[in-house]
Design a protein around this ligand. Structure first.
Ligand code: HEC
Ligand code: HEC
Ligand code: HEC
Ligand code: HEC
Length: 224
């Protein structure tokens, strides 16, 4: 990549970064994840999508979800200045992410095993109970009080100019916040993990929807 950049000089700078696919990201949990430098990967399983999706799911039909669900309860972010109501439970994509990232469910614990494979899928680099390594910064745990609020309404109240949070950018439609070239998606008007992260694309590590250079991701929503 570096060599190409040198050869093509200015032309390359003008081009957007090439999208990195899931195969060469930390979410390649299959056995080939080892070859891209991951520390958590399957002993023998070669499929990549099966950890999270199954083509004929009997689990959660939304997104053909195939990872065993977390049943943990969480401590959420609170503050005296936040307008949005603190959630009572996780929802949307946050529930999907936390089924691996809270550390209570084995990484290889799926609803349906892959063709010819096992459930749980045998993994390398995980704790004895199969969960995310205790040493991994990606193991967020169940205390989310020190993490950006999630499963919260963007602008408390409805999508209307009479009940808006003046510290937040107006939405361009119910579920979209846009600033310049960055567009972020809310889920049912809520900020979820999937609002800021794209689990399939690590072009903007760590799996960010857009680069956070100059805090531009934050400034997409916050008027600061
Ligand atoms: C580590 C978990 C994980 C893996 C592995 C994964 N996905 Fe996903 N995928 C998700 C999550 C979480 C969502 C929910 C939407 C979101 O937040 O982006 C999703 C949503 C989707 C969607 C619907 C929304 C969209 O972004 O288009 C498609 C299609 C999809 N995944 C395809 C795939 C395919 C194909 C693979 C394998 C090459 C794959 N995914 C691997 C986690 C994963
Ligand atoms: C099937 C389990 C699983 C699911 C579901 C999952 N992840 Fe991950 N994720 C992992 C593992 C394993 C790692 C690697 C941890 C390590 O090596 O320390 C990881 C790493 C990450 C990282 C760190 C990447 C880096 O460059 O260091 C981020 C960010 C992340 N995941 C976000 C998400 C988000 C957001 C979702 C939901 C949209 C999600 N993950 C869903 C298993 C999962
Ligand atoms: C408001 C945006 C936002 C939301 C919502 C969000 N994240 Fe992140 N997350 C970020 C940013 C930005 C970073 C990178 C921080 C940095 O600069 O290192 C990050 C980093 C991470 C990391 C890497 C941690 C580390 O220390 O290496 C993981 C794992 C992660 N997020 C998972 C999640 C999960 C799971 C959720 C939902 C429970 C979530 N994030 C919700 C913006 C967000
Ligand atoms: C998708 C939109 C979005 C993005 C992107 C985003 N935030 Fe937020 N953030 C919110 C919303 C909505 C709230 C809740 C605000 C409220 O209701 O008062 C919030 C709350 C917060 C709070 C707590 C405010 C309080 O009053 O306690 C902090 C601090 C914060 N965000 C910082 C950040 C930082 C830093 C980033 C970038 C890493 C970021 N946010 C990215 C939407 C976003």
């Amino acid at each position: 990549m570096k060599r190409v950049a040198l050869a093509l000089g200015v032309m390359v700078w003008a081009m957007p970064l090439a999208a990195q696919n899931i195969s060469n990201s930390p979410h390649n949990l299959s056995t080939s994840g080892q070859t891209v430098g991951n520390t958590v990967y399957a002993s023998t399983e070669t499929q990549i999508c099966v950890f999270c999706h199954f083509p004929h799911s009997t689990g959660n039909p939304t997104y053909l979800w195939n990872h065993a669900a977390t049943t943990a309860s969480y401590t959420f972010y609170t503050s005296s200045t936040m307008n949005a109501a603190t959630p009572t439970a996780l929802s949307g994509s946050s529930l999907y992410c936390m089924s691996c990232h809270d550390g209570t469910v084995a990484i290889g614990d799926v609803v349906l095993p892959p063709e010819g494979g096992t459930d749980p899928i045998a993994m390398v680099g995980v704790e004895a109970d199969g969960s995310m390594p205790l040493t991994s910064p990606a193991r967020l745990g169940t205390d989310l009080s020190d993490d950006h609020p999630i499963s919260i309404q963007y602008e408390d109240g409805l999508f209307s100019s009479t009940n808006e949070d003046l510290g937040l950018r107006d939405r361009s439609d119910t579920n979209t916040v846009t600033n310049g070239t960055i567009t972020l998606h809310l889920e049912g008007e809520k900020v979820q993990c999937g609002t800021c992260h794209n689990p399939h694309d690590n072009t903007n590590a760590p799996f960010l929807e857009a680069s956070n250079t100059g805090s531009q991701l934050c400034l997409t929503c916050h008027l600061k």
